[in-house]
Design a protein around this ligand. Structure first.
Ligand code: GRF
Length: 321
């Protein structure tokens, strides 16, 4: 009997765990599709909740004010509900969204709705020929930058417009030159404690920032200038082997020293902490007993080349939908 109860208990736990992991994956997928971080997700959730409750209350007041009751014509009742749903709900949604700091997120969807209804002109007519402009920040050899440039080379909708680098003489500058891409050399003081070169980025029309071997911490000024539009690639499976000082060969040395059986890459949104933004994508590779930091670096680079441009592409199309 006890055995049967134990079995039932374990089975229930199993179902709950399965349900939670399913919910977690769905939550992550939505976050990725909407291009938002975890906190934003919950704020948006609250905005929807508040909007539903408020719209219902307002509808009740309006119905009362119009004298609608059980004996009123159902056509009038439904008409009020439809108007409230189409107009009232959207207005309340935008109001709560704005009040809770999510105006940009909700306006993007409202705009789309208004465009579909033909109330405002579609961006497509204005911008359909305008590509999404990317700035790649890199300070090393730039093999990822080169791979990204090559991937998007024949794409009219995406263009790599700027290489930002903090190391004069870095290999990535040669990559930029070969591909005739403008470069911006930055210095620490202004980047970290000044305007983070936002004026230059905005003047160049940059829409999206990709860090590919960029080692400086990204300042809040840049994060605020490009909310959910800055991503990084890290050569390990975060949260392990990340953080300040964990870059390049140091990561691979630490992974090998810890006798890990696998390593990989993490593509993530950038926040104000090193390697801590929401994960977008991870891919793994096996580590053999004969692997050294150098051979592991090759495996990791191969993963980066195979996945980084594709993930950028996927994210851009999800964010512009
Ligand atoms: C890559 O391994 C990337 O994961 C890390 O820095 C390295 C840059 O390599 N952030 P490269 O300059 O693109 O060759």
């Amino acid at each position: 009997m006890l055995f049967f109860e134990d079995f039932l208990f374990l089975k229930t736990i199993g179902i709950i765990v399965k349900f939670l992991s399913h919910f977690w994956k769905m939550f992550k997928r939505l976050q990725q599709k909407w291009g938002i971080n975890g906190t934003q997700f919950w704020v948006i959730f609250v905005v929807f909740g508040l909007t539903g409750i408020t719209t219902a209350i307002i509808t009740r007041y309006i119905s009362g004010w119009l004298g609608l009751g059980v004996n009123s014509s159902w056509v009038r009742i439904i008409l009020v509900r439809i108007v409230m749903l189409i107009l009232g709900y959207q207005l309340v949604l935008l109001t709560y969204g704005g009040l809770l700091g999510q105006w940009a997120f909700f306006w993007k969807y409202e705009k789309l709705l208004l465009q579909k209804l033909g109330i405002i002109a579609s961006d497509m007519t204005k911008d359909s020929r305008k590509p999404i402009k990317i700035a790649v920040f890199a300070s090393g050899a730039g093999s990822n930058a080169a791979n990204i440039i090559q991937y998007f080379a024949n794409r009219p909708d995406v263009s790599i417009n700027l290489i930002v680098c903090n190391k004069p003489g870095a290999g990535v500058l040669t990559v930029a030159e070969k591909n005739t891409i403008p470069t911006l050399i930055i210095e620490k003081e202004r980047f970290a404690s000044g305007d983070a070169y936002l004026p230059e980025l905005k003047n160049a029309g940059i829409d999206f920032v990709v860090l590919a071997g960029f080692l400086w911490k990204v300042p809040i000024a840049l994060i605020n200038g490009y909310p959910n539009k800055i991503i990084n690639i890290h050569p390990a499976l975060l949260p392990k082997y990340g953080g300040k000082g964990m870059y390049g060969s140091k990561v691979h040395e630490a992974v090998i020293a810890a006798r890990e059986k696998e390593s990989g890459i993490t593509i993530h949104f950038v926040n104000e902490h090193y390697d801590e933004g929401t994960t977008i994508f991870q891919a793994n590779c096996k580590i053999d007993s004969s692997d050294t930091p150098d051979t592991l670096a090759v495996k990791i680079h191969d993963l980066e080349y195979a996945h980084f441009p594709k993930q950028i592409d996927k994210l851009l199309s999800a964010q512009t939908k």
